[in-house]
Design a protein around this ligand. Structure first.
Ligand code: ATP
Ligand code: MG
Length: 165
């Protein structure tokens, strides 16, 4: 299905914005920042599955930012890819774990992760879904500073005028 990525992002983030605003824990404040290209980006994706990936990344960003912070969603295009990123200001991931977080059931700090719930499957599923779309997912992180998850998808710019033909 051909979808407007900017619109899907706004849809997902509006929902999280609502939840975070009703969070009754005053010590934790999150804010969501959106940095999108002005132009609409149309890509061919399985919307349900793709939304699941965005949900996973957002849930992680919140779950692994115990002190809150800003979660930034970026969306940009290169000549043949769209690149989206989700950055948080949370716990970060130690260097030695960076290549493993996409493995099934892999969790960085077992005790910490157990307390937070979850199965360690979120990123493995996300990776599967992204590769189904011919894309890539990777992470860059600094322990104690935060993490940035990136996704790139193949993209062919559509002439705005041809869009409805
Ligand atoms: P699930 O997603 O199944 O509920 P999970 O969040 O533990 O459980 P993944 O989403 O696959 O599983 O993430 C794997 C591990 O990578 C996490 O347990 C956590 O240690 C680490 N991780 C993932 N996202 C972040 C993040 N934004 N900041 C810090 N660590 C992260
Ligand atoms: Mg997760």
């Amino acid at each position: 299905e051909l979808i407007n990525l900017n619109e899907l992002f706004n849809h997902v983030l509006d929902r999280f914005d609502m939840i975070l605003k009703t969070d009754d824990n005053p010590d934790k404040t999150y804010s969501i920042k959106r940095e999108f290209t002005r132009r609409d980006l149309w890509v061919e994706v399985d919307t349900d599955k793709f939304q699941q990936v965005l949900d996973n990344l957002m849930n992680n960003a919140i779950k692994y930012s115990p002190d809150g912070g800003t979660i930034t969603y970026r969306l940009l295009e290169t000549h043949n890819h769209v690149i989206l990123s989700v950055s948080d200001q949370g716990l970060g991931i130690p260097k030695k774990d960076l290549t493993h977080v996409f493995d099934r059931f892999y969790r960085v700090d077992k005790a910490r992760s157990r307390a937070q719930g979850g199965t360690g499957l979120g990123l493995a599923i996300s990776k599967e879904i992204i590769s189904m779309h011919g894309g890539r997912i990777w992470v860059d992180s600094k322990e104690g500073k935060g993490s940035v998850f990136y996704i790139s998808l193949p993209y062919e710019p559509i002439d705005e005028e041809d869009q409805w033909e």
